[in-house]
Design a binder for this molecule. Structure first.
Ligand code: PNS
Length: 183
């Protein structure tokens, strides 16, 4: 095979980087506007596989979000404080692959709820691989209990006082109530 054509195994030296002395590490990126019970389910499952997770919260000034990036980071930190030793929450902007590289790892963790997620996720994973061939995307299936839960649905329900307690962790439910002036 031509040396100019990278094969899938050409990235072997980098592969060892996330299996360092500190253990296996992955980045769980997303908008998290807001964090849902489905995201939490993936984090819990991810911690059974990886020693450390960085939750990467996208800051995209061009995209309107319900919660500011600082609010989203704070909510996630509060929710995950019991696992603080194994989880870091950080915001990032720009390309995800650059963030992953900055952190010195090469695994992106993403959750799949249903086959409908697959097209978008495959497109992102392949684009990220093209941008940075040694970065791998690792998919985990969300529990069927949360397969219908999304941040967008939560944002449709919460303003009208719909019960979101089974869709988001308590810290997020409180933040939503404060946002929509209910206590
Ligand atoms: O929770 P989301 O909105 O589905 O997460 C999407 C996210 C943040 C993972 C994706 O939009 C992203 O990685 N954005 C950063 C910009 C980037 O790198 N885009 C190229 C990926 S194809």
């Amino acid at each position: 095979m031509s040396k100019n054509v990278p094969s899938d195994t050409d990235s072997a030296p980098e592969r060892s980087s996330s299996r360092s002395r500190e253990g296996t590490r992955a980045i769980f990126p997303g908008s998290f506007d807001p964090l849902t019970s489905g995201h939490l389910d993936i984090i819990t499952r991810g911690l059974k596989i990886f020693d450390h997770l960085t939750v990467g919260v996208l800051h995209n000034p061009e995209k309107r979000t319900l919660f500011s990036v600082d609010e989203r980071v704070k909510m996630i930190q509060e929710t995950l404080q019991g696992d603080a030793e194994r989880i870091t929450v950080k915001s990032f902007s720009g390309l995800l692959v650059s963030f992953v590289e900055e952190l010195g790892t090469h695994v992106i963790l993403r959750g799949l709820r249903a086959t409908s997620d697959f097209d978008y996720e495959a497109q992102m994973a392949l684009m990220n691989r093209q941008l940075s061939p040694h970065i791998e995307t690792f998919f985990l299936m969300t529990s069927e209990r949360y397969s219908y839960v999304s941040s967008s649905l939560v944002k449709q329900i919460a303003p009208y006082g719909g019960d979101v307690s089974h869709l988001v962790p308590p810290q997020v439910r409180k933040a939503l109530a404060a946002k929509f002036s209910r206590t």
